[in-house]
Design a protein around this ligand. Structure first.
Ligand SMILES: Nc1ncnc2c1ncn2[C@@H]1O[C@H](COP(=O)(O)OP(=O)(O)OP(=O)(O)O)[C@@H](O)[C@H]1O
Ligand SMILES: [Mg+2]
Length: 505
């Protein structure tokens, strides 16, 4: 007897659902897409238990009429395309009519929706593919989807989910990608009863970028150009801004975050050796082109994209990035030299120059000849984590450098690209990232005072407000007390904003 058999319907829909929904973050992505397609101005996401217990996405978009709400969780129901040919002219994020049915198959789902200009809305309840109830309800215009007990009917799949904080991180990252693509929409995110942030609608893209990545503010180079059929908009950082991983690189095509290997090649080619090996600039790149030139229907989660003319697009992107970099200040040869230094840079350069001449060699003790922790660990370490102090001043080459460099034997040559201190000696040349060095020196001074219990505080004349990047918000919050003991008087100012009133003396 043959071994091939037809799968039963229940198994088929669960397999299909698994291709669209693999974890809370993919539910959040699909629900936000629906809200964006419905023209929402503000989208609220609330989760608990990393989204495993509950995910709620609320929008103020168009809403659904009664009949649409009744069928929206059925297989292959969509208002966005009528036939395959419509994909060619796609202007919406959704098109498969699969997201809500996949979610409804693997969780307990309530959908509330009220169409504009109607008196009341409706609430539909389903649980693991079964219809439960449909009632009239009072609510604001728009749609709210509440998803509970994800994979309650699939224990084997549930086991593959990570712990709450990891799943929360994935959810956060999905929202971030949507927020970067739709700067004119507001996003609010709360987890476990605590509001993580409220990103209000922004007039310009750059406002949204610096809202989430305030540390890039002083380094961003804008780029906008049309190349044939493609419009390229980007914000990329000057080479002085580097990260140990690609967590500051985002690529969007027609407002979808997608992966495309040529994006990374283009960045690498454009920056070449302006950036040390193993480090990465921040690049936020947006392409807009005729929907007929691009196919998003190549990955069940729409994560990938295929271009009709891939090499043309790839060349256009490379060219645009390279041109933007060479047009910007900070890297062309004419920009080198002391004349270009800001007073702040001159001060740091002077301090470090003196420092490297041996005036405060003791401070440097731990700063060299250490191996860098793996890039993905660098950002999230709590301040007082012992391993957190191991970051070297010479991260790029350190692993390969011979042991015990006596750097005081090196001669201070100068500074290049307004960013790197150059040292020579012992047949070698060393490049030190001056900003990292300065941070390191301050860090070690503060740490030593803290350890010896000699902290003192100095009140600032004008308190400084800072916005902590979202990625670091949790670890910052956890360490506010330690920072306080070091002499930072920090007051929470709502969301991710803090006011610094005093600093270590
Ligand atoms: N937040 C919402 N506001 C208004 N209508 C919605 C909302 N969410 C879903 N809908 C309606 O329900 C339909 C089904 O949604 P679903 O996400 O399953 O499919 P889709 O968005 O059309 O395609 P895809 O599977 O690619 O997401 C949508 O086409 C839309 O008409
Ligand atoms: Mg959808």
């Amino acid at each position: 007897m043959g071994v091939i058999k037809t799968l039963d319907y229940n198994t088929v829909v669960k397999i299909a659902a698994g291709e669209v929904i693999d974890r809370p973050a993919s539910i959040v992505r699909e629900l936000i897409d629906n809200s964006l397609d419905a023209g929402a101005a503000v989208i609220k996401v609330v989760i608990s238990g990393g989204g495993k217990q509950i995910i709620e996405v609320q929008d103020d978009g168009s809403g659904m009429e009664k009949g649409d709400l009744e069928i929206c969780t059925k297989n292959h129901t969509t208002s966005k395309i009528g036939s395959f040919d419509d994909i060619i002219a796609l202007r919406t994020l959704g098109f498969r009519g699969e997201a809500l049915s996949s979610i409804a198959e693997v969780a307990d789902v309530s959908i509330l929706s009220r169409l504009r200009h109607t008196q009341s809305g409706y609430r539909m309840e389903t649980a693991f593919g079964e219809f439960k109830s449909f009632t009239e309800t009072g609510m604001n215009t728009g749609t709210t989807v509440i998803v509970r007990d994800l994979f309650g009917n699939l224990p084997a799949r549930k086991k593959f989910l990570s712990n709450d904080s990891t799943e929360t991180r994935f959810v956060n990252h999905e929202i971030l990608k949507k927020a970067l693509a739709f700067h004119d929409t507001g996003f609010e995110f709360s987890s476990h009863g605590e509001r993580k942030y409220l990103a209000s609608p922004k007039r310009t893209l750059v406002e949204r970028i610096v809202e989430f990545f305030p540390d890039t503010t002083d380094y961003l180079i804008p780029l906008e150009r049309h190349d044939g059929a493609v419009k390229i908009t980007a914000y990329l950082t000057k080479p002085a801004f580097i990260r140990p991983n690609r967590s500051y690189q985002y690529f969007f095509v027609n407002r979808r975050a997608v992966e495309w290997k040529h994006f990374y090649f283009a960045i690498q080619n454009a920056y070449g050796n302006l950036i040390p090996k193993g480090f990465f600039p921040a690049v936020f790149l947006y392409l807009e082109l005729d929907p007929a030139e691009v196919d998003f229907n190549v990955h069940p989660m729409k994560k990938e994209v295929r271009f009709r003319e891939e090499s043309v697009i790839s060349k256009a992107v490379q060219h645009a990035l390279r041109e933007a970099l060479s047009d910007s200040d900070g890297i062309s040869p004419a920009d080198e030299g002391e004349m270009r230094f800001t007073p702040y840079e001159r001060k740091i350069a002077g301090a470090i120059g003196g420092f490297l001449d041996g005036q405060s060699a003791g401070d440097m003790e731990n700063g060299v000849n250490r191996q860098v922790p793996p890039p993905d660990k660098q950002d999230t370490r709590p301040f007082d984590h012992p391993a957190g102090s191991e970051r070297g001043l010479f991260p790029a080459r350190q692993a390969a450098a011979p042991g015990n460099i006596d750097y005081l034997e090196y001669r201070y040559v100068g500074i290049v690209f307004s960013a790197y201190i150059v040292l020579e000696g012992d047949g070698q040349i060393l490049f030190v990232d001056q900003h990292a060095a300065h941070e390191r020196i301050n860090y070690e001074k503060m740490r030593d005072k803290y350890r010896s219990g000699q902290t003192a505080s100095q009140e600032l004349l004008v308190p400084v407000q800072i916005d902590i990047p979202l990625k670091a918000a949790d670890s910052f919050r956890e360490n506010v007390d330690t920072l306080g003991a070091m002499g930072f008087e920090i007051e929470h100012f709502g969301g991710n904003s803090y006011v610094i009133r005093s600093i270590p003396d």
